[in-house]
Ligand binder design. Structure first.
Ligand SMILES: Cc1cc2nc3c(=O)[nH]c(=O)nc-3n(C[C@H](O)[C@H](O)[C@H](O)COP(=O)(O)OP(=O)(O)OC[C@H]3O[C@@H](n4cnc5c(N)ncnc54)[C@H](O)[C@@H]3O)c2cc1C
Length: 473
């Protein structure tokens, strides 16, 4: 057990999410950092970004001294609590990527993300991690006229950008019903580039894998400061137990980034919340489908997402929780009774047979959004500081791409990955408060209002689009 950690605090991690419940207790103890240390690479944050980076570095050069420092335990953050969509989705739209970086760069990014879905499955398997990976694609339901207009426009836009049927296609109502028996589905869009997985088992398994490969993971070690390097000294990571002096420091703290000195306005933490049903019977699944464990959502403005778990539950989530003033991140924000109740209602609307079903779990966590909604990865050789993040809700696969890319950047390998358009991208900083609070919450309220207006009036709301343009999303 790490020094100063009560046993109940450790087993308490099982309450973080449905997924964490499957992590064996007591958790394997990992020591906290208690002395100064020299390393080649020090990674701050033990989520998917930090762990995939450590994994890729250890594979690229087993002689590298790689250290991961994590305030809680590996997988404590969004990585151990998410919807388990391992998808090729990217926070920035294809149209925006093409506009900003050109069509070739957009297609290169898409292909890299699509390949990454398979890389995650293959890497987990190669490390002996059973994370319930099943690549069944993803179905985005259409349940109103307004959603139909938006879905067809998305397919048209994909075609205009040169994205073919193999990547995104329209499903008629019958085809949709064969895939998923959701109420009121008029059709859907479908992409094959998505797998469902169990994220906490992946995160915990990865932490073990990076240790087997020679990296050190320090848990219960809060980083108080990241000091940039200079021509005469490398960067440093300051913790209460000791300072890590390294050639390279990787910031992999996503939603917690604003809690670090100097990074207060780089990323905004926004909460996504989830619920899960009890395991559902054969009768339910005979009509609900999702046989290949395709993930599902619909074309409303406010993001929702679901997966059929390996033990026959539905794990279902959505945004809608408010942004907290000053970019505060607190465990108490993981629970929002009103949002959890809304999620249970929404899922029951999709599958009315769930009316009498027990919902056994409710949890949540913060994800990270950069000001221009553009995820990025980069390494500044002059300061020795590297980073990756701003994935919004699309980090499960993207973190793997980030980890492989960071390893190439740090070891100086000039590869196809280091040429991708998100490499070195610098997002503008968020506004100071109270503008930040106003802007983010206005965006969230607008999406809710737009969905309510569409449900009432049937035709597409212009509200959300107009606000999105105003906020530069
Ligand atoms: C409820 C929810 C559902 C989601 N669903 C999906 C989904 O289905 N598909 C998808 O692609 N994405 C999804 N996401 C997003 C995805 O989970 C994240 O993008 C991804 O996990 C980010 O990984 P990360 O390693 O960058 O950050 P995290 O996993 O958040 O890890 C950051 C780590 O840094 C540590 N840390 C922070 N500050 C410090 C410090 N000062 N010192 C030391 N350590 C520190 C934290 O404790 C944490 O462990 C979801 C997110 C949430 C919250």
């Amino acid at each position: 057990m790490a020094p100063g950690v009560a046993p109940e605090a450790v087993s308490g991690y099982q309450r973080l999410s449905l997924w964490w419940e499957a992590v064996p207790v007591p958790l394997p103890p990992r020591p906290a950092l208690t002395q100064d240390l020299q390393a080649d690479v020090c990674i701050v944050g033990g989520g998917f970004t930090g762990l995939w980076t450590a994994h890729s570095l250890a594979r690229a050069d087993p002689a590298l001294r790689v250290v991961v420092v994590e305030r809680e335990v590996a997988g404590f953050g969004a990585s151990g609590r998410n919807g388990g969509w391992c998808s090729a989705l990217f926070a920035t739209s294809d149209a925006a990527l093409a506009r900003l970086h050109g069509a070739d760069a957009m297609h290169a990014m898409r292909r890299a993300l699509q390949q990454t879905v398979d890389v995650v499955g293959a890497s987990a398997a190669a490390e002996g991690i059973d994370c319930h990976f099943a690549k069944g694609g993803s179905v985005d339901l259409v349940r109103s006229e307004a959603q139909r207009v938006r879905a067809l426009a998305a397919v048209d836009q994909a075609r205009a950008l040169g994205i073919g049927e193999d990547d995104l296609r329209w499903l008629g109502s019958e085809e949709t019903r064969q895939l998923v028996g959701a109420a009121g589905a008029l059709g859907a869009t479908f992409t094959p580039h998505c797998a469902a997985l169990q994220p906490a088992l992946l995160a915990r398994g990865l932490a073990d894998a990076v240790e087997r490969r020679g990296a050190h993971v320090y848990e219960h070690t809060e980083v108080l400061d990241i000091r940039p390097g200079s021509p005469s000294a490398g960067p440093a990571v300051v913790t209460a137990g000791g300072t890590v002096q390294a050639d390279v420091v990787v910031r992999a703290t996503e939603a917690w980034t604003p809690t670090l000195p100097g990074f207060h306005r780089d990323i905004v933490p926004v909460y996504s919340l989830m619920v899960a049903t009890e395991p559902l019977g054969e009768d339910f699944w005979a009509s609900a489908g999702l046989d290949g464990r395709a993930t599902f959502a619909d074309h409303r403005h406010m993001i929702i997402y679901g997966q059929r778990t390996i033990d026959g539950r539905i794990a279902f989530g959505g945004r809608g929780a408010p942004y907290h003033y000053g970019s505060t991140v607190r465990t108490t924000f993981d629970t929002e009774p009103k949002v959890h109740a809304l999620l249970r209602r929404t899922l029951t609307e999709l599958f009315p047979a769930l009316e009498e079903t027990q919902f056994t779990h409710a949890w949540g966590g913060p994800l990270g959004i950069s000001r221009d909604w553009h995820s990025s990865v980069g390494f500044d050789r002059s300061t020795g500081l590297a980073w990756a993040g701003g994935y919004v809700g699309d980090g499960v696969a993207t973190t793997n791409l980030a980890g492989r890319t960071l390893a190439d950047l740090i070891t100086g390998a000039d590869t196809a990955l280091t040429g991708l358009p998100w490499v070195g991208h610098r997002s503008p900083r968020w506004e100071p408060e109270p503008l930040r609070w106003l802007g983010v919450n206005t965006g969230l309220w607008t999406m809710k209002l737009a969905d309510r207006s569409e449900a009432r009036r049937g035709h597409p709301s212009r509200l959300a689009g107009a606000l999105g343009r105003l906020l530069g999303q």
